[in-house]
Design a protein around this ligand. Structure first.
Ligand code: GCU
Length: 621
């Protein structure tokens, strides 16, 4: 732990010194809770952009970073214009005369020459904001894939790594007094072995500013963070904390109000601006997929007020049972990428997400696996509203650089940011620390440390990871991954009938040998089908093959005593660079139950029927 703290301090110090220019680097503020509730100016819309594969806008011809030079100038982030009196001034870029693209939106799907592009693209957006006295302003990006350097009015705010978690900077002291400002972003989606995710994944490497951008406003002393959930092991108590920042944070009165439940709790912050609380919650209606009850919660301090809509439920395991609000539940799930197959690229906004979740509800789901990375903050509010339980995940995927300390710090930061963003969302019941990571000591140390970190950050939810199994010639699937000791669920991906195990009709020969007495979750199974391609149950790539695979998978899996849920792979076909068969794939992974044109394949109805039976068995409806 000491080493990781030292590394963190060193990283911050390097960040402060390394990219220091004329003003002290602000660095990344902690992720303020529920920033969309404080939005005062959206920066969504048209941003000019410059494609820069040689990073010409960041380094001089001797590969020295402009923003580390004494002047700090020379990069594209200056947004320089020739002054009228000095025509000889050489400037070899001009954002305002460059092309524009729509933000939020990955670059791959907005310009045909960028479909496969991996490298740097610069963005520029001008905006007018008249700052009010006594207010603070924060610049918020929902996500930028993968590494971003962000500048305001030519001055560096900071550098961020991680393509799926929010980025925020306190820009109060950086706004121009005239009200005219410009923000410049250097986004680089280059894949690298030591990053998270690493160089190989099975999804499209969509680059750029893929989620909302806006400016949020708070008072000088403001509510930075809060958690309002049922206490662990005491479902009749509401517990949590409120954290203030700013000069007036200490000994400040704060009120927690939930009018509909007649709760109005007066709190006082300590010298660090933090107030904890524990309030009787007997009267609160429990949130569940059948009744996704959300309460209007208001947090008010002497100078600030934040409103949220929060659901209250308990989740725990008991032996091989999962208990939601004390009642045994079967998680009827489906896996999803952050991608609407009907539009190119990353899902853009609430409409895309609502459509995907409506498909999941139509399938009969009460649960979704938001694979393999943190999804949109909007998504987490939608699942709260629509009544779906959630498995949320960080992209510690496949062959990560397990022995690289900076890689671990990066993974842990992404996990902390995910938990910070989702901790008030009743729908989120599982934090997953990774997917299909190969066995080995360094990997076990890395992943078990992440699992401990997740539990330390939030002990009110279940910790898991998608593990792999191994097969023996006697057709037994063994699940004994040592990482399982550190997890609350035994979750496994298995592809009998597609990647191994013979034809669909042959896979029921398998039995399971599972080491842990914990609830069993099948986090993935499935097979590809090209919608509209028909054959018999043994014709690979046909809808009938996928249908037979689902029928036999469900038969095989129902022999598992502790089976308590599944999230078959996957709701809809999705773009994947690795999937290049010219007839059946064309750059799409075809394991969707719904095609890339929105048609339901035959297997959709097999799973829908099975979930109807499970709902009857568990929910009696
Ligand atoms: C893996 C992996 C997925 C991938 C899927 C497949 O289990 O977790 O990300 O898309 O299998 O091979 O289609």
């Amino acid at each position: 732990m000491l080493l990781s703290n030292l590394m963190k301090a060193l990283t911050v110090a390097l960040l402060l010194v390394g990219t220091f220019n004329s003003l002290p680097l602000i660095g990344q503020s902690i992720l303020l809770q529920n920033m969309p509730a404080r939005r005062v100016l959206s920066l969504n819309g048209s941003w000019n952009y410059i494609i820069d594969p040689y990073e010409n806008g960041f380094y001089d011809y001797r590969r020295e970073a402009f923003d580390q030079s004494k002047s700090g100038k020379g990069g594209y982030y200056d947004n320089a214009k020739p002054s009228s009196t000095q025509e000889e001034e050489l400037i070899e870029y001009d954002f305002d005369k460059s092309q524009a693209m729509q933000i939020p939106g990955d670059w791959n799907s907005q310009d045909p020459k960028l479909l496969y592009y991996e490298g740097t693209i610069w963005y520029k957006k001008s905006f007018n904001l008249q700052p009010k006295a006594g207010k603070r302003y924060f610049l918020y990006f929902g996500a930028i894939n993968y590494e971003s350097h962000i500048y305001l009015n030519g001055k560096k705010l900071g550098m961020h790594k991680g393509g799926f978690t929010p980025i925020q900077y306190d820009i109060t002291d950086r706004l121009s007094t005239t009200g005219d400002n410009f923000v410049v972003v250097k986004a680089d989606n280059t894949r690298r072995p030591e990053e998270v995710p690493t160089i190989n994944t099975d999804w499209w490497n969509y680059g750029g500013i893929t989620r909302d951008v806006f400016i949020a406003e708070t008072p000088q002393t403001y509510i930075t963070d809060y958690k309002v959930q049922l206490a662990k092991n005491d479902p009749n108590t509401l517990a949590g904390y409120v954290q203030l920042s700013g000069e007036g944070r200490a000994n400040q009165s704060v009120t927690l109000s939930i009018g509909e439940a007649n709760i109005s709790q007066k709190l006082k912050t300590d010298t660090e601006g933090r107030a904890t609380f524990s309030v009787p919650a007997r009267k609160l209606t429990r949130w569940s997929p059948q009744n996704p009850k959300l309460y209007a919660v208001t947090l008010r301090s002497g100078t600030d007020e934040v409103k949220d809509r929060i659901g209250f439920r308990s989740i725990e395991t008991r032996g091989q049972d999962i208990l939601l609000n004390g009642k045994s539940v079967f998680l009827r799930g489906i896996s999803m990428h952050d991608e609407n197959p009907l539009i190119p690229g990353r899902a853009r906004g609430e409409g895309d997400l609502r459509m995907l979740l409506t498909w999941a509800k139509e399938l009969g789901c009460n649960y979704v696996r938001l694979a393999h990375y943190p999804h949109n903050e909007t998504m987490l509010k939608l699942v709260d509203e629509m009544g779906l339980l959630v498995w949320a995940e960080v992209p510690v995927y496949w062959t990560i650089a397990w022995e690289n300390q900076a890689t671990y710090q990066n993974a842990e930061q992404q996990l902390s940011d995910l938990i910070s963003m989702g901790k008030n969302r009743a729908s989120v019941v599982v934090w997953s620390v990774g997917n299909e990571t190969p066995l080995g000591e360094p990997r076990l140390k890395f992943m078990s440390s992440l699992a401990k970190k997740a539990r330390a950050l939030d002990d009110t939810r279940l910790i898991s990871a998608a593990l792999e199994l191994h097969r023996t010639p006697d057709n037994v699937m063994h699940v004994d991954d040592p990482l399982g000791e550190f997890l609350d669920l035994t979750s496994i991906n298995e592809y009998a009938g597609w990647y191994w195990g013979g034809k669909p009709s042959e896979i029921t020969k398998y039995t399971f040998d599972i080491k842990y007495n914990k609830p069993v979750m099948i986090s993935e199974f499935g097979g590809d089908a090209l919608a509209g391609y028909h054959g018999d149950a043994n014709t690979r790539w046909s809808e009938e093959y996928q249908e037979a695979l689902y029928q036999n998978q469900l038969k095989m899996l129902s022999t598992i005593k502790g089976l308590r849920g599944m999230t078959p792979w996957i709701l809809a076909d999705f773009r994947a660079t690795r999937r290049q068969h010219p007839v059946y794939q064309n750059g799409f992974n075809r394991k969707g139950l719904i095609s890339s044109t929105g048609t339901k394949k035959k297997a959709f109805y097999v799973l829908q029927d099975y979930y109807r039976q499970m709902a009857q068995q568990y929910d009696g409806k």
